[in-house]
Design a protein around this ligand. Structure first.
Ligand code: ADP
Ligand code: TRP
Length: 347
């Protein structure tokens, strides 16, 4: 079984990225019988990062973050999306069988435009490049946050379209071609995998934690800034003695209390049980809970911070790991592209 996922290098990675994505990645590298491919989606990031120096820096930072969190290049293939140029060729070919109407339905496109990101072609075509990322390496399972599930479904749909168009004997009801007379598809159909309990990590304002909302707690940011962010998590004016509510009113909406949710995500289960009991009984102030969260942050990421600093000081080693990853990824990619070119009639 091949597992593949990526994160965009469009900003420093934050707790939402970790609990929604990176943590699973690192665990999956140890899954029996699985082969893991992880990459930094630096081509996707060009939709929002328009400064070359920053683009380079964020790409390297994302690689260092993966490695610091325990991604082991002996177990998993770690590479930069842009190092395997075949992805751009597959992106074009897939685009020729991609219905425009699907892209118009993409939630992430609509959300991003609503957030003020320029509605350029690259942003509109983003899911096609993402599908190429997945299909180029014949991934079986794609671990992602909930917001990305639609993209994986698109990748499946377009793989079926491609195979139906170009693979004689392909039957969409038997995509692996198990029955007599059927041919397996060239593009393998992927499935998504989400981790329910931490599917959406809230930011300090109670909305989904996201780079584009400025409400993040970074994984390896400046310690003072992290403390400041944690101390400014939105709460209400419930007095110390009173039980704390599980929801906050923001504007005219009720949202789950971000402090409670973050404690739930970050604390070991037995510690969280105590927090949960006192939260509901009263007697502790929000300040105490924020301190607890800060402690949990340091306990969870302290050792990784150390590794992060070591890797920042050794860019040559980081580059070596990425080059080796690119080499392994490219050998898969060239094999698939030979078949794709043959199927569509490109010499
Ligand atoms: P951002 O919203 O900060 O731009 P990305 O869209 O680059 O983050 O997301 C990278 C990965 O992290 C995706 O798999 C996404 O689903 C996951 N992710 C991002 N933010 C969160 C969050 N707040 N909660 C859970 N998962 C998240
Ligand atoms: N779109 C993903 C995100 O914003 C990043 C990504 C790009 C990705 N290509 C991918 C994730 C392929 C999984 C598989 O998080």
């Amino acid at each position: 079984m091949r597992i593949l996922s990526g994160v965009q290098s469009s900003g420093k990675l934050h707790l939402g990225n970790y609990y929604g994505a990176l943590r699973q990645f690192v665990q999956l590298q140890d899954e029996a019988g699985a082969e893991a491919y992880f990459f930094i989606a630096n081509l996707h990031a060009l939709n929002t990062i328009r400064e070359p120096k920053l683009a380079l820096e964020l790409t390297r930072d994302a690689a260092i973050t993966y490695l610091a969190l325990g991604l082991d290049p002996k177990k998993a293939v770690l590479f930069r999306q842009s190092d395997v140029r075949e992805v751009l060729e597959l992106y074009w070919i897939l685009g020729t069988v991609t219905p425009h109407a699907h892209l118009e339905r993409a939630h992430s496109y609509k959300d991003k435009v609503a957030k003020g990101i320029s509605p350029d072609f690259g942003l509109f075509a983003y899911p096609v490049l993402m599908a190429a990322d997945i299909l180029l390496y014949s991934a079986d399972v794609v671990p992602v946050g909930r917001d990305q599930v639609q993209h994986i479904e698109f990748a499946r749909d377009w793989a079926v379209k491609f195979n139906t168009q170009y693979v004689p004997g392909y039957d969409p009801a038997d995509p692996d071609g198990k029955e007599r007379g059927h041919t397996p598809g060239i593009l393998k159909l992927p499935s998504s995998r989400i981790q329910e309990s931490t599917a959406v990590v809230p930011g300090i304002d109670g909305l989904k934690m996201s780079k584009s909302y400025g409400n993040t707690i970074d994984l390896f940011g400046d310690e003072k800034e992290i403390k400041k962010r944690i101390m400014s998590i939105k709460t209400d004016s419930t007095p110390v003695e009173a039980p704390k509510p599980l929801e906050l009113v923001i504007g005219d909406e009720k949202v789950p209390s971000p402090l409670y949710q973050l404690l739930k995500v970050m604390l070991p289960e037995s510690d969280f049980r105590d927090v949960d009991a006192s939260w509901k009984a009263g007697g502790k102030g929000y300040g105490d809970y924020k301190k607890k969260l800060l402690e949990a942050y340091h306990a969870t990421f302290g050792p990784a911070r150390q590794r992060y600093a070591e890797l920042v000081a050794d860019p040559a080693e980081v580059e070596r790991i990425l080059q080796e990853g690119a080499h392994r990824a490219r050998s898969e990619a060239t094999r698939l592209m030979d078949k794709v070119r043959g199927a569509v009639g490109i010499p």
